[in-house]
Design a protein around this ligand. Structure first.
Ligand code: CUA
Length: 208
């Protein structure tokens, strides 16, 4: 049915016999749904984007191992200081040359540790949990940007190729003390990346 037929069908003169104006012609045949050209294009764009997003999530989960924290990453915040708990001695562990992991505790209002040092090229896996309230950690210049939650261990890996300093901040508002210069805005730390040349001797593996 042409556009013209469709338009005239519902004038009082042509359609005055009580026929359903939505989806059926006078003789009972189904009328094809009319979609405007641009509406059709946008429907296809939206469907295409949905497919791309689902593919991105699938690839991220299967190829890069990115996933939301699960039950395996839970920890009782009351046990952080217990003997044998990796967060009882927050700091850097060297797994292999150039490969490190960091256990970090976020608490009001600092990070433990708040100073880290690695040689350039280091691959560092961060394990972060919170002792008290919800904090966050963002390491500038890296992909590390995660929540630090009491009861949960958040994990991300970053590779530091360029020597320099990388600040990390708490990006989740976690309170302050009225009148005192302490609070969320003072919660930060700094990573120093040393030139790879001779860094082996100067890199400090801390465990405080
Ligand atoms: Cu911790 Cu904001």
């Amino acid at each position: 049915m042409s556009e013209h037929d469709h338009a005239t069908e519902h004038t009082p003169a042509a359609g005055g016999h009580g026929d359903d104006p939505h989806g059926a012609s006078a003789n009972g045949e189904a009328v094809a749904l009319h979609i405007e050209k641009w509406e059709g294009i946008w429907i296809r764009v939206a469907l295409g984007m949905t497919v791309v997003f689902i593919a991105a999530i699938t690839i991220a989960a299967l190829s890069f191992g990115i996933s939301v924290p699960g039950a395996t990453a839970r920890i009782n915040p009351a046990t952080l200081n217990d003997e044998g708990n990796p967060f009882a001695t927050p700091g850097i562990r060297e797994l292999a040359p150039g490969k490190y992991e960091v256990y970090m505790v976020a608490q009001t209002w600092n990070f433990l540790p708040d100073k880290l040092e690695f040689p350039a090229g280091s691959e560092v896996t961060f394990y972060v949990t919170a002792r008290d309230v919800i904090h966050g950690i963002k390491i500038a210049g890296t992909n590390v940007n995660m929540m630090a939650l009491p009861g949960q261990v958040s994990t991300l890996k970053a590779t530091f190729d360029k020597p320099g300093t990388y600040n990390y901040i708490c990006h989740e508002y976690c309170g302050y003390v009225a009148g005192a210069p302490i609070g969320h805005h003072t919660m930060y730390g700094q990573i120093t990346i040393l030139p790879a040349e001779g860094a082996a001797e100067t890199a400090q593996v801390t465990s405080e």
